[in-house]
Design a protein around this ligand. Structure first.
Ligand code: NAD
Length: 478
């Protein structure tokens, strides 16, 4: 299959005629060829988005909400295809792709349709005047997303950008192009206005860079790694673009000594290994109170060893492949480093997967003990199924250990005492914390990180604000 760009409502081959292979990491098979687009394709998409802006931005918010609902309905009809394509592009288990990726990609459109209905008019009365705060669209916006949750993260940006009246140039990861293309098929099938959403496929260094540096793209919403975020910020900041950066994480899971051990072990295993640890929110450093350390670790190892690793198409698979052979090699290099630094591998030995997945990018869920809390495996984002385990004696020590990384995205605290959990959560330098749960999301809440995990917040009003220019009109009384 050959995927094309989607520009001005048409499936359009890349101007230079170059294509890249898109491989299934679970078996090495070719999924599709995708455009290896250039600056020229981005320019042509920006021209289409600029022309579409005047009509789209003039629609009423209710008319735009209606379009969001039509997209959600169109995606709902393709739900099984979304899950299958995410499974084939990423190697994640089909059951996870159905439950998380397909479900949330649709919900993002219906959520922002509902949420936009609730935007309140802001007015500030003075003794002798009234201030009216109005929202205008920003203009043409650039959306750049990673491979771990492809349509889930792309739709999380597209829906609020659309509803606020912007037109869009979006670039999915070159490793996971298929569901963005499916979205274009849905747009085509519902006669969505041309040029409002343009998808340019290709590499980050060419297409991504061209989007970030294009002078007529007025806002950039980027989700990806911290190092790429630095490049994006360096390019966009001097152009005074609005910028939202959702970056990497190295999140702590803190197990306090008063916890229900069995449920904490289940929670910690899920937090560490969902999507093979390839979720920015994964808890890849597990801090355990000394008093319960051995009992907890035994239960955790049992949970992890019960996870079935294998063919992502099988319904009973818990852990599929990682995103690529190169990523598998990177993850293994961290495991080797851990061993060389005296780390004890509690579970996660080498294993073989039968055909047709024998050459897939599989890594067993791996737990490593006995590393220093500031060792590279404990502080760098591995973004794979690897978690390190560390002991602490007091809550203060756990907080200090949680806070020593450059990141500040998320974390979870597991305890029998909610007030104690909240007190610990309050002292962790992260944007998102859970007590006795993980990845439990209310889409109205702010989402984003502190320190090197990002700048800005997404979710609910925060997304709507990012994709608007708030302007104040002060009217003096007669
Ligand atoms: P990445 O930074 O390599 O790529 C992300 C996107 O940026 C891709 O589309 C890529 O093509 C593009 N890109 C690459 N170079 C670019 C450039 N110079 N200019 C513009 N765009 C460019 O990240 P990845 O490997 O795809 O994803 C994994 C990372 O994403 C992890 O660090 C993970 O923590 C992070 N992530 C963060 C969140 C969050 O919400 N904070 C969510 C998911 C993933």
């Amino acid at each position: 299959m050959q995927i094309e760009n989607f520009i001005d409502g048409k499936f359009t081959p890349p101007i230079d005629g170059n294509y890249l292979p898109n491989l299934n990491p679970a078996n090495g098979e070719l999924n599709s060829m995708i455009p290896d687009s250039s600056h020229d394709d981005v320019n042509s998409a920006v021209n289409a988005a600029k022309s579409a802006f005047s009509n789209w931005s003039k629609l009423t918010i209710n008319e735009r909400i209606d379009w969001l609902r039509q997209i959600a309905d169109g995606l709902e009809q393709r739900k099984a295809d979304i899950a299958r394509l995410e499974c084939e592009d990423t190697g994640k288990p089909i059951s996870l792709a159905e439950r998380v990726d397909a479900e949330r990609s649709i919900t993002n459109f219906s959520f922002f349709a509902d949420h936009a209905k609730s935007i309140a008019d802001l007015e500030f009365r003075m003794d002798d005047a009234t201030n009216y705060v109005i929202r205008k669209p920003v203009g043409v916006v650039g959306l750049i997303t990673p491979w771990n949750l492809p349509l889930y993260l792309l739709s999380w940006k597209i829906a609020p950008a659309l509803v606020m009246g912007n037109t869009i140039i979006a670039k999915p990861s070159e490793l996971t192009p298929s569901t963005a293309n499916l979205l274009c098929e849905v747009l085509d099938s519902i006669d969505f206005p041309k040029g409002v959403i343009n998808i340019v496929q290709g590499l980050g260094s060419t297409v991504g860079q061209a989007i970030v540096e294009h002078p007529e793209i007025r806002a950039i919403s980027f989700t990806g790694g911290t190092e790429t975020g630095k490049i994006v910020a360096r390019t966009a900041a001097p152009m005074f673009k609005k910028l939202s950066l959702e970056l990497g994480g190295k999140n702590a899971t803190i197990i306090l000594d008063d916890v229900d051990l069995a449920s904490a072990a289940k929670g910690a295993a899920r937090a560490a290994f969902t999507n093979s640890g390839q979720v920015c929110l994964c808890g890849s450093r597990i801090l355990v109170a000394d008093k319960i350390y051995h009992e907890f670790v035994d239960l955790l190892v049992e949970e992890v060893e019960a996870m079935k690793v294998g063919n992502p198409k099988h319904r009973d698979t818990d852990i599929g492949s990682v995103i690529s052979i190169a990523h598998k090699d990177k993850i293994h290099s961290y495991i080797d480093l851990a061993k060389s630094e005296g780390g004890e591998i509690l579970t996660g030995s080498e294993f073989t997967i039968p055909p047709p997945n024998a050459n897939g990018a599989f890594v067993a869920p791996t737990l490593i003990a006995n590393l220093n809390i500031d060792s590279r495996c404990a502080v760098e984002e591995i973004f794979g199924p690897v978690a390190t385990i560390h002991r602490f004696t007091t809550d203060e020590e756990a907080i200090r250990m949680a806070n020593i990384t450059q990141y500040g995205l998320a974390g979870s605290i597991w305890t029998g005492d909610r007030a104690r959990g909240v007190a610990v959560a309050n002292q962790i330098d992260s944007g998102i914390l859970w007590v006795n749960t993980w990845l439990h999301r209310d889409l109205r809440t702010p989402f984003g990180g502190v320190k090197n995990s990002g700048v800005g917040r997404e979710g609910g009003d925060w997304s709507l604000n990012f994709f608007s220019e708030l302007c104040n009109i002060c009217v003096k009384d007669d």
